[in-house]
Design a protein around this ligand. Structure first.
Ligand code: SPV
Ligand code: MN
Length: 626
């Protein structure tokens, strides 16, 4: 018997040992043995996904105090510690071997030094606790898209959340054999307070050893830092996809209905808190995914799957009128975990829910009352802006029936959007695939939001909204995207969207629900059902088409003034943006493809030409249909 087996036999009960051994995979056994030696749990629970095991995880989340029941049956709430309620870029690092270099835009640390640090913080971190092992699948099961993952965690909340958000796969693992393509995630919440929140957030670390596809996360509970299958796996998958010639993207996928009963699948990339989930969940359309998508060329078709099976969505501003589907799930019996909201009389309250919020209750700061201040004298809001809900997609009435199709769905279009208050029109279509990848994706400029710990409202470039997760050279990633459609018969159209354009007074020029019209317009464009007007940065909708769509979708009269306000080409702002994007690529993206510089230069020329003809601010009525 190998040392690994000996250790496992010694530390696991006979039942759990047999469960683990049924998964006959040396990499997994070694990972678990090492994790046990490092963190010294009291017991190990191998979750087989039987109904009994799944219920045990759910019950333990409550018994252990990481979750508490809400009034609605099946609903629970969970709190993360102060300063642990969003992804944290500062402490999220790639472990880079001495022989390699990574783009300087990526946060990193030498592999040996980083391993010593994070493993030092994890030493004995599970003493007196249970290590839970979960076997899960990214992408549909039994599919070319499938990617197996094992999660070891001492948090029942993390293990429970993964049940809602991912595909369980113990059965698939029992057939996995010697496959060493498994991603391994080790998480420990570290020292916990009586309220069961991680206390040592100063020593929070999320370190990624891409050389062994192993990730470490410690002294944190926030889902985006701890559920390995979320953003930790995305980073590893991007490397795998690069090696194998496919794409892993930070994108939602939804099915948009068009004339004659047809449905067209669109995918979209938005930085966190920039409208991704609300676009994915438009009333009347279907949702296939809200966060991460894999794309493959299958027999010349551009096919897409949702990596996940649930939503870890921002609850702020979810209200009955704009988000009826999720509102229903949040108000009916079923399995839901809500984090970092206010709880009063076992009812959850969040910012922007369209109802009065009580003056007192319990929130992430403990007993909360209106006017309560933190240690620095700053007023504590009732709920965190990045408060989230976790639900299985299948709980939604509009979940797309193709969610688990092993072949995925054919995509008609992709969109890129950010928070751009000044330059980009609300919706436009690129001249072709590469043009869109460069001008909307690789040029995505956005204001930072509350979803990332740090200052809000700072303009930054966030390549394809995936920059935080890119573990390959950024230029290579752009090139991979450009090249991906080379052998695709009908590449998706590419759109740029911006829900956050403001007027001179700082007011948004669009309503919250206008995005539904843009998406319907895209659907028509995919099928060449409407014309468009050429402008220097792409093609924009014709006024008459929007009049019809606003009436049809929102029952709204759409005026010429609205159109002019929204689609005026702002030449100086666009030129300034092109300048910033170009500078960014020169400084931060060594090896950025020539097509990036060429496209930016072409756009600059087009903008300058337009300015010569029509001045700085050009009404869409002064442009020609093309
Ligand atoms: C995001 O921030 O992009 C999310 C949530 O989707 S997180 O799990 O934090 O990544
Ligand atoms: Mn995301």
């Amino acid at each position: 018997m190998s040392n690994v087996n000996k250790l496992l036999k010694q530390k696991l009960t006979a039942e759990n040992y047999d469960r683990l051994m049924a998964v006959n995979n040396a990499k997994i056994h070694e990972f678990v043995a090492d994790a046990i030696e490092l963190t010294s749990p009291e017991t190990v629970f191998v979750c087989t996904d039987s109904d009994e095991d799944i219920s045990h995880v759910r019950e333990m989340s409550i018994k252990n105090g990481e979750e508490s029941p809400l009034e609605t049956p099946g609903h629970t709430y969970h709190f993360d510690g102060i300063n642990d309620q969003g992804r944290d870029r500062e402490i999220t690092k790639y472990l880079v071997p001495k022989t390699e270099t990574l783009s300087k835009a990526l946060n990193q640390i030498g592999r040996e030094e980083g391993l010593a640090e994070v493993r030092g913080l994890m030493k004995d971190s599970m003493k007196g606790r249970t290590m839970i092992l979960r076997f899960l699948m990214l992408g549909p099961r039994d599919s070319v898209f499938s990617s197996p993952c094992i999660q070891a965690t001492d948090s029942w909340y993390v293990a429970h959340s993964e049940d809602l958000l991912y595909r369980t796969a113990y059965e698939q693992f029992c057939k996995i054999g010697s496959d060493d393509n498994v991603f391994c995630f080790l998480h420990s919440a570290g020292e916990m307070s009586d309220d069961m929140v991680s206390v040592d957030v100063e020593n929070k670390r999320v370190y990624m050893d891409y050389t062994t596809d192993t990730m470490y996360s410690v002294n944190t509970q926030y889902g985006g830092n701890t559920m390995g299958l979320k953003k930790l796996a995305l980073r590893l998958t991007i490397r795998r996809a690069d090696r194998e010639g496919w794409l892993a993207e930070h994108m939602f996928i939804s099915g948009v209905h068009g004339p004659g009963g047809r449905k067209t699948y669109l995918a979209g990339a938005f930085p966190s808190a920039c409208g991704r989930t609300s676009t994915a969940m438009l009333p009347g359309e279907t949702i296939l995914g809200d966060d991460i998508a894999y794309f493959r060329n299958i027999d010349g078709e551009f096919r897409a799957v949702n990596t996940e099976a649930g939503i870890f969505g921002i609850i702020q501003n979810v209200n009955a009128k704009d988000d009826p589907n999720i509102w229903d799930v949040l108000h009916n019996p079923g399995e839901v975990i809500i984090s970092n909201i206010l709880v009063s009389d076992k009812k959850p309250y969040w910012l922007g829910m369209g109802e009065d919020i009580p003056d007192k209750g319990v929130n992430f700061s403990g007993e909360w009352f209106k006017g309560k201040k933190d240690a620095k004298g700053k007023e504590i809001p009732p709920a965190h802006k990045n408060a989230r809900y976790a639900v299985a997609l299948k709980a939604l009435a509009n979940c797309d029936p193709e969610l688990d199709n092993p072949e995925g769905v054919v995509l008609g279009g992709v969109m890129y959007g950010g928070r751009d208050p000044k330059a980009s029109v609300p919706v436009q279509q690129s001249f072709n695939w590469a043009h869109g990848i460069v001008l909307y994706g690789a040029s995505l400029e956005t204001e930072t939001t509350f979803a990332i710990i740090g200052e809000e409202g700072v303009m930054e470039i966030n390549l394809m909204s995936i920059q935080d997760f890119l573990a390959i050279p950024l230029g290579k990633y752009i090139q991979n995207n450009v090249d991906f459609v080379n052998d695709i018969k009908k590449p998706p159209l590419v759109f740029g969207v911006n829900y956050f354009l403001r007027d001179k007074e700082g007011k948004f020029v669009n309503g919250v629900r206008d995005k539904h019209v843009w998406v319907k317009w895209m659907e028509l464009r995919v099928h060449s059902d409407v014309d468009a007007i050429t402008c220097p940065t792409g093609q924009i909708p014709c006024y008459e088409d929007l009049v019809k769509l606003f009436k049809q979708v929102l029952d709204k009269e759409y005026t010429k003034e609205d159109y002019i306000k929204q689609f005026t080409i702002r030449v100086p702002e666009n030129l300034a943006k092109i300048g910033r994007v170009e500078k960014y690529h020169k400084e931060n993206v060594p090896g950025s493809p020539q097509i990036v510089y060429d496209t930016l230069e072409d756009t600059r020329e087009r903008l300058n030409d337009l300015r010569e003809q029509h001045g700085d601010y050009v009404s869409p009525f002064d442009l020609t249909t093309g």
